[in-house]
Design a binder for this molecule. Structure first.
Ligand code: ADP
Ligand code: MG
Length: 405
């Protein structure tokens, strides 16, 4: 909930976004294009009045110096945060497996979890506030969608509330989407209340035509989840700048408890912008590579650099302006445990694993009033320790359930 407030505050602070991303957009074309749309929308005036955030903040457990375990944030996902649907189904799977093994007591300890319902309630609230009973929810889907069942769980929850969802690609929008004089969005002649992006977070998802479709959607009165500013608020560069002293206080004035809770989850984050501070960060990472991760402004897994690869990249980037498109992060070292991962094409055997806990947060804001802000469930992903990067979609991690002891 604190992270919802923070993301929402960042998304409304155009000066903070501009200043934070100024060095990055000179070097990273993808962030620059998103930022360009953000500027265009601001210039024209924001037609959107209802704002919807479906976020997932990801953490790993790490022991602090005094031995107490603490959750440290890996990142926050503000666009297309996935697995809320599938994570709603996995408790039943694990309970079943344990019951088959006659471990009834253990089966009873698997936590219940239903993020898809909470995510759908957020969409439903935004739809209701939009205030047009015949309007639809538009889900922007990928051309070749591999995670459709995750999305269907949310769609079905909406249908149960008599809210209809249509699935379209960016290409469909560029052909069939239009705005009326009040910038209300229509697709195939039907009015759209909420646009839910499950595409549009990676460079390769945008052709020129798709960028135009994204701009059309952003200019519209429909509630976008997320709007372009909220997507930018989820970049790694913003995450790094938020860790600077005073930033949280500036963005969340008068909320010292929330600021303290947020700060307690921050790992070390370092700017690589050209200058003394960046030089020092590079020198530290080169001296102790195992303690750091190098991250570009990308989502979707498989983009970060570790170990020797990171060293090579840092040596190359050192004397180039391009280094501003990356950030450096302290490597979080959770304690490994033994578990058995069920993955296609790999034998089931006990291996050393680590887990990452995601917390789903939902918020809805109408103009300046926050009308919903809650957490709606969790996602636990577990992977073998030899995989530094990569999630479930990459075939590395598996969906899991917390087992409270
Ligand atoms: P993406 O946006 O591509 O998902 P992440 O920042 O979530 O990028 O990183 C991908 C994966 O890399 C994470 O799921 C986690 O397993 C690992 N990872 C990222 N940052 C760290 C870190 N600071 N310490 C340890 N592992 C990390
Ligand atoms: Mg991630």
């Amino acid at each position: 909930m604190d992270f919802n407030l923070l993301v929402d505050a960042v998304s409304q602070n155009a000066a903070f976004l501009e200043q934070t991303l100024s060095s990055t957009i000179k070097q990273d074309d993808f962030t620059a294009r998103l930022f360009d749309i953000h500027k265009q929308v601001l210039k024209e005036g924001i037609a959107q009045t209802v704002f919807l955030g479906l976020n997932r903040s990801d953490y790993m457990f790490q022991r602090s110096a005094d031995g107490s375990p603490a959750l440290k944030q890996i990142e926050i996902n503000t666009i297309s945060a996935s697995f809320g649907g599938l994570a709603s189904r996995t408790p039943a799977v694990h309970r079943h497996v344990l019951s088959v093994l006659s471990k009834t007591k253990e089966a009873g300890k698997i936590l219940s979890n239903n993020p898809s319902k909470g995510l759908a309630l957020g969409i439903a609230k935004a739809w209701e506030l939009y205030g047009s009973p015949n309007a639809l929810v538009l889900l922007i889907a990928q051309e070749k969608e591999r995670n459709i069942f995750d999305q269907r769980a949310i769609e079905n929850e909406l249908l149960a509330r008599n809210i209809h969802v249509i699935r379209r690609t960016f290409e469909d929008i560029s052909e069939k989407g239009s705005l009326d004089q009040d910038r209300r969005l229509f697709v195939d002649g039907q009015e759209i209340a909420v646009v839910y992006f499950r595409d549009g977070y990676m460079p390769r998802q945008y052709s020129l035509q798709n960028w135009e479709a994204r701009l059309l959607l952003e200019r519209s009165h429909a509630a976008k989840c997320p709007d372009i500013a909220t997507q930018l608020a989820g970049t790694k560069k913003v995450q790094q700048e938020l860790s600077r002293p005073g930033m949280l206080e500036m963005l969340l004035p008068g909320q010292p408890e929330a600021v303290a809770r947020l700060r307690a989850t921050f790992a070390g984050l370092y700017s690589l912008d050209v200058g003394e501070e960046g030089d020092q960060a590079i020198a530290e990472a080169l001296a102790a590579p195992s303690r750091f991760v190098l991250k570009p402004q990308r989502e979707g897994g498989g983009n970060n650099l570790y170990g020797e690869e990171m060293v090579q990249a840092l040596k190359q980037l050192k004397d180039s302006e391009e280094r501003a498109s990356y950030i450096l992060m302290e490597k979080i070292e959770p304690e490994p445990f033994e578990n058995c991962l069920l993955r296609p094409g790999s034998p089931a055997r006990v291996v050393q694993c680590i887990s990452e806990l995601g917390i789903f947060g939902v918020y809805v804001r109408q103009e300046k009033t926050l009308v919903m802000n809650k957490h709606v469930g969790h996602l636990l992903r577990t992977k073998a320790i030899e995989h530094a990067d990569g999630g479930v979609a990459a075939g590395v991690a598996v969906l899991d359930n917390p087992y409270p002891v």
